[in-house]
Design a protein around this ligand. Structure first.
Ligand SMILES: Nc1nc2c(c(=O)[nH]1)N=C([C@H](O)[C@H](O)COP(=O)(O)OP(=O)(O)OP(=O)(O)O)CN2
Ligand SMILES: [Zn+2]
Length: 123
């Protein structure tokens, strides 16, 4: 049997405004508008600690909430790396923000649940 690999996942939500400066004049995406976002991050490991955990989900929750809190109720375009604030760039932003403290980060998913859109980044 191959070695089992575990993956734990935590999610957080935030609301933010954005606009796409490279869209043509008249595009609705060029105008400032807002969305409700969800971000999910996953950690993979083939090892469990003494608690039987890949990692403490509560600690992951705190790190994720801190990152999402930086974006919450703000303008995404004002953040370095989000000058063009697509779901794809949001995935990269969360990955860069979390990887130093969470080297086992294996996936970032950013979605807009109310309009059924999501982007996944596999690491
Ligand atoms: N690959 C991507 N495509 C688009 C992204 C993105 O991040 N990655 N983002 C957008 C805009 O943010 C747009 O505001 C998303 O809203 P939309 O899909 O248009 O859905 P709405 O409900 O706001 O509009 P409807 O016209 O009612 O569908 C676009 N594309
Ligand atoms: Zn949008």
């Amino acid at each position: 049997m191959t070695k089992p690999v575990f993956e734990i996942t935590k999610a957080a939500t935030f609301d933010a405004a954005h606009h796409f400066p490279n869209e043509p004049e008249g595009s609705p995406y060029r105008r400032i508008h807002g969305h409700s976002f969800q971000v999910e991050v996953s950690i993979r490991s083939d090892r469990l600690d003494a608690n039987g955990w890949v990692a403490d989900l509560n600690a992951l929750d705190a790190a994720l909430k801190a990152a999402a809190g930086e974006l919450d109720h703000g303008m995404l375009n004002e953040h370095a790396g989000l000058e063009v604030p697509s779901l794809e760039h949001l995935c990269l932003w969360f990955a860069r923000r979390l990887t130093p403290a969470w080297p086992g980060l294996s996936r970032v998913v950013v979605s807009r649940p109310t309009i059924h859109e999501r982007c996944a980044l596999e690491l």
